[in-house]
Design a protein around this ligand. Sequence first.
Ligand code: DAH
Length: 358
Amino acid sequence: MTLDELSKQLTKIELQVATGLRELDQIDAVRSFESSVLGKQGSIGLLLKNIRDYPPEERGQVGQVINSAKAKAKAIIDARLNEIQREAVEKESQGASDVDPTLPGGVEPLGSLHPVTMVQLEIERIFERFGFTVETGPEMESEFHNFDALNIPADHPARDMQDTFWLNNGQVLRTHTSPVQHRAMKKFGAPLRIIAPGRCFRYETLDASHENTFHQVEGLVIDREISIPNLIAMSKALLQEVMQREVKLRVRPGFFPFVEPGLEIDMNCQICGGSGCATCKHSGWVEILPAGMVHPEVLRAGGIDPDQYSGFAFGLGLTRLAMMKYGIRDIRVLNNGDLRPIVCSQRLGGPILVNKAS
Ligand code: DAH
């Protein structure tokens, strides 16, 4: 290649570099374009390598021509790289200008669900898996639903078993969730499987284990051939799932006018493990699940034929279960909203609330 031809060739390459670069807007693409021109095997790189083919007297001039073309190409490439970088920074700062730095920052919501709510939601999920539906009933209840429909007539001494808040309008604050049993029977007929979580009220003197406001989960299963072993198997499965550990049950006879026979299903105290503590009154057991086979009178009142169907019912002490699960020793901390006496520990594998005073 004569010097003249070489000059023409270099002019062509310069042109190619200028037009080729215009198409490229990514740094990586420009870098690989650069090596295709200036690298050892690149269009200018190869020309430099071939200098030795020229007669020695021409080599100086050839070198000068090629090196000046090389410097020009390098300058154009560097300019394009700068341009791309500047554009990227501009784009970024435009995006950032959408943010108004004078606005207050986003605030993470504080707080968490109440321990009773957490256990209630967990129980609802478990029973839904067992095929139950979740029902509710009113907190201000009629005397009929709270008592009569549950086989507790006006003159029955069992009315005094529960200290009741009577309202001026003749209604009561429900003393238990059992009135939902009657409502559910009327609504669905038989067979049925429901639970009814909710708040209950009793005219109690407050102490570490008595509150005037607490939660229960009523349960009712009505079908053909329902028996006590079904009830006990379900109780154990439920309590173990909530406590996330093996629990022991103890079954005793109990009296409730709306069941026959009536049972007290106790769980080994989860605070002391059964060895005895103030919470379980040193017995090692807590009454957690009063229950029984639904009384024929209650089925009849709900429009269900006791000769065709039987059922079991239970009134799970939800507040007490939450206390067991989270190691809460004093029921009063659940309602008073005062967090000062509460400290967290991990002893039962979760957020444990313990009253410092106890
Ligand atoms: N309602 C009862 C109470 O609050 C608890 C109860 C006992 C509910 C036995 C039931 C049951 O469904 O079968 O004292």
